[in-house]
Design a protein around this ligand. Structure first.
Ligand SMILES: NC(=O)c1ccc[n+]([C@@H]2O[C@H](COP(=O)([O-])OP(=O)(O)OC[C@H]3O[C@@H](n4cnc5c(N)ncnc54)[C@H](O)[C@@H]3O)[C@@H](O)[C@H]2O)c1
Length: 372
């Protein structure tokens, strides 16, 4: 199979859909890998590194779209790429798609008559999303860093050193949600020697957290009362809750923020689902914070975008096994062998095969099985 990797064209997207190690795996399996010139630049991966492991560098994106049996991407195609979607008959597009949120991209894929498999809907039998997990891990691990930075006086914070010093207490960090991002945040917060509290509604989850950290943090059953009690004197609150398929619940009202110490920091990782603090609104890396009731809110919607080198490797580590399955067997065989991957298929030859996408745009839904 010819596997093509164009440079991402969406604004502020610096990741790339393959690593040199991924190129080596694909070529070892007998596939040809075409990488657009400069595609790895934003992730600090030079073209030579791809060439060294067997890729061919192509100057023009159009050539990659025209030649490749499978296109690997990071974000959904944007307008200037739509004319290229139908250039290669039978092509598979494997990328983050978020089609329920984009009618224009859905229409472009339907018109192209090809197959589109979305990273974000690949789902394992336990309900977990293996191709979203790495980004929650990145955002979760970044959150205590970003919080610690903004707690410093020059960044507008109250001037607290998270780890304290001998004779001076460390910061109190409260993490709301003990899922993937929350656990990643807790690992870093504990490593920074902060005084850490983690809250979740799911008691089984809290049992696992308690067992994992062996007393290095406090687990708390989440309730409005518990949130008030733990957050009112916190230096840093990290929001990391998710209710699948729904807007994030508002857990920290402004009235509670007003009772927190002046210069405390609130990092809302859940901002991409609406956020779990009352005054959350999405911010960008160039202007990441704003002030609410004397506290600093950090609400960057694409936190992994700040660390594209690490994020690219984290993403490709997760996608590569699926990429190899598709390349080795063809997408039809691959999805028949792997129900998790089958859930990733969103569009097949002009038909929507992902129910939520069909529902959100009022389009007809076709069962994938009927097309295999
Ligand atoms: N900002 C970014 O750049 C970025 C990057 C990656 C992920 N995210 C977002 O981070 C959020 C968390 O993702 P995740 O992968 O950790 O999800 P997850 O499903 O692994 O964990 C969410 C946790 O929240 C808990 N929860 C739900 N309601 C709660 C409540 N009322 N009180 C306490 N806990 C509650 C759940 O029990 C679960 O343990 C998502 O919204 C995700 O989209 C944001």
């Amino acid at each position: 199979m010819i596997v093509g990797v164009p440079k991402e064209v969406k604004d502020d997207e610096y990741r790339v859909a393959i690593t040199p190690a991924g190129v080596r795996e694909l070529t070892a399996h007998g596939h040809t890998v075409l990488v657009e010139r400069g595609a790895g630049g934003g992730s600090s991966i030079p073209d030579e590194d791809f060439v060294r492991t067997g890729a061919m560098i192509i100057a023009e994106p159009e050539g990659i779209w025209a030649e490749s049996d499978m296109i690997l991407g990071v974000k959904e195609p944007v307008g200037e790429e739509y004319p290229w979607l139908g250039l290669h008959k039978g092509q598979v597009l494997f990328t983050y798609l978020h089609l329920a949120a984009s009618r224009s991209c859905t229409d472009a894929l339907l018109a192209a008559q090809n197959t589109a498999i979305a990273y974000e809907t690949v789902r394992l039998p336990d309900g977990s999303l293996p191709l979203l997990t790495p980004m929650s891990e990145v955002a979760g691990r970044m959150a205590p860093f970003m919080g610690a930075h903004h707690l410093m006086r020059p960044a507008g914070g109250r001037g607290t050193l998270v780890c304290g010093v001998p004779g001076v207490e460390c910061a109190k960090i409260v993490i709301l949600g003990a899922g993937v991002a929350g656990m990643a945040a807790a690992t870093l917060a504990v490593g920074m020697h902060a005084n850490v509290y983690i809250l979740d509604r799911n008691l089984e989850r809290l049992r696992q957290v308690d067992h994992h950290f062996r007393g290095a943090l406090e687990t708390v059953a989440s309730s409005a009362h518990a949130i008030e009690e733990t957050c009112s004197d916190a230096d840093l609150v990290i929001g990391a809750v998710l209710v699948v398929g729904a807007r994030a619940p508002t857990l920290v009202p402004d009235e509670l923020v007003a009772r927190m110490p002046t210069g405390s920091v609130l990092v809302d990782i859940s901002v991409d689902q609406g956020g779990c603090f009352e005054s959350t609104r999405p911010t960008t890396h160039s202007k990441p914070t704003f002030e609410v009731e004397g506290s600093i809110f950090y609400c960057v919607a694409n936190m992994p975008g700040a660390v594209p080198h690490s994020s690219t490797y984290a993403l490709v580590n997760a996608t590569l096994p699926y990429t190899l399955e598709i390349a080795d067997r063809g997408w039809r065989d691959a999805v028949q062998a792997d129900p998790a991957l089958a859930l990733g298929v969103n569009v097949v030859e002009g038909a929507v095969v992902c129910e939520p996408v069909a529902e959100s745009h009022g389009l007809a839904f076709t069962a994938l099985e009927s097309l295999l």
